[in-house]
Design a protein around this ligand. Structure first.
Ligand code: CAO
Length: 425
């Protein structure tokens, strides 16, 4: 079966997490992704959070599947020549360097566009144009500056960052969509263009419902927030709302059987209005179906703490999976809090390829998250990440068409050697 992005060649200048997330997706959809790395060093994550000595870390391997790796010193004159040839042969350049790095390397947009007018240049930066455009940014900075941290956590506690990497991987996803959209436009215009995604913007996009609530706040208290039922006045900015639902159907995380010893013995329970009567029956409060204090959603809003406390008395008598079985049969939306251990062992996720086992020559077998986006006519086959520079000669010959003599010349030029400082260490 063919692949959706077969024939698309990506010059992958990405590192750490945000950019690699994007190019890994493109590789999974069938693009030929050529990762350019510094000789002897490579993507810094190869050596970060290492669990197996002398093997690429899981941080690196889990973000760089299905790519080829070429090492090239792009500050070396010969390295710049090779990079110029790569720009001619590729459709998209993806980068998430710090601000100004590509310009300092001698490859600003204007130059790339003149070398290859069809090339799409896609960039992730921490911020868009404005006061912070020159700042370097990591995940948690984006979560804090994009509105996620100020709205995550409990009202009387610190702002919190989340474990989901919405700044890095989230922005990588945004950029991937921008790239395929630009590729589509290119089929009509024949021209490349710049695609940029700022991490602050990506996080704000994912925190959109909180900007919704910010504006609703002007018209009165946010009645579905627990703080309303607790009689605590709202300030002028959207507060942290604990585990309250972000939508119009109130929800909470509730204890299940075993919560005293198991940190994940909890379930998310949503009191969706259309199934309210079924909820009343399940928890043993049939009188609430007609009682004026509970029968209709507006009446319930000031009593959410009491209602969820009563529901929790029921969930505490069941394990999270028993509760899930009972509630799902009644169409009551809920979800057990699944640990990473439970997800790693989940056979249905293995069956769909969302969790995959991959073999690697230096680290052995490991688990990864496969492609969460499933295309019926372009299935994903997850292949291990490349070793540093594994495909350097192959790319010089096969992609750039260099002869043995030219390849030897490049080797002699030092463009494939580690920087002197590292070589001496
Ligand atoms: N050959 C020679 N030099 C190379 C090279 C190569 N193949 N690849 C990279 N380099 C050099 C660059 O030219 C640059 O050097 P100068 O600073 O002298 O111009 C340097 O390596 C890389 O700089 P950087 O700013 O990208 O890297 P950093 O480790 O200092 O910062 C990060 C990392 C992530 C904070 C920064 O890249 C950044 O802000 N990126 C944009 C936002 C982003 O994506 N953040 C997410 C990070 S987690 O996913």
């Amino acid at each position: 079966m063919t692949k959706a992005l077969k024939g698309v060649r990506i010059l992958d200048f990405t590192h750490v997490q945000s950019g690699p997330t994007c190019t890994q997706l493109l590789a999974w959809f069938g693009a030929d992704v050529i990762k350019v790395e510094r000789p002897g060093v490579g993507d810094i994550t190869r050596g970060q959070l290492q669990d197996v000595p002398n093997a690429d870390s899981l941080y690196f391997t889990m973000l760089n599947h299905n790519k080829r790796s070429i090492t090239l010193d792009t500050k070396n004159p010969k390295g710049k020549e090779v990079l110029t040839e790569l720009i001619k042969q590729c459709d998209v350049l993806v980068e998430n360097f710090g601000p100004g790095v590509l310009d300092r390397m001698g490859f600003p947009w204007e130059k790339i566009h003149s070398i290859n007018p069809k090339m799409i240049v896609a960039s992730i930066k921490g911020f868009g144009p404005g006061p912070y455009e020159d700042c370097k940014v990591y995940e948690n900075v984006a979560q804090c500056t994009g509105g996620a941290a100020s709205t995550t956590g409990f009202r009387d506690g610190l702002p919190l960052v989340t474990g989901a990497q919405i700044g890095d991987s989230g922005t990588g996803l945004h950029l991937a969509l921008g790239i395929v959209t630009a590729l589509y436009q290119r089929t009509m215009t024949g021209q490349g263009q710049k695609v940029t995604a700022a991490m602050q913007d990506g996080v704000l996009n994912l925190s959109r419902v909180k900007l919704r609530d910010q504006q609703r706040l002007v018209h009165g208290p946010l009645k579905e927030y627990s703080q309303f039922g607790e009689g605590i006045p709202f300030g002028d900015a959207v507060p942290r709302a604990g585990n309250d639902s972000g939508g119009g159907q109130p929800g909470r995380i509730l204890k299940c059987k075993g919560w005293e010893t198991d940190p994940n013995a909890y379930i998310y329970f949503i009191t969706q209005a259309p199934v309210w009567e079924k909820i009343c029956d399940v928890i043993g409060e049939p009188g609430w179906k007609t009682h004026p204090d509970y029968a209709k959603p507006p009446a319930r809003l000031s009593r959410l703490n009491e209602i969820f406390a009563r529901i929790e008395l029921w969930t505490m008598t069941k394990t999270k999976f028993e509760a899930m079985d009972i509630l799902n049969k009644q169409d009551i939306p809920c979800g057990p809090i699944l640990s990473m251990k439970e997800l790693a062992e989940d056979q249905s996720l293995r069956a769909t390829g969302t969790v995959v086992e991959v073999d690697h020559p230096t680290r052995g077998k490991y688990l990864s998250v496969g492609n969460p986006i499933k295309l019926s006519d372009s299935p994903t086959e997850v292949k291990r990440s490349p070793l540093l520079g594994e495909h350097t000669d192959e790319i010089l010959r096969q992609v750039l068409g260099f002869s043995d003599h030219q390849v030897a010349e490049i080797h002699d030029s030092g463009a494939l050697d580690p920087p002197r400082k590292q070589a001496a260490e």
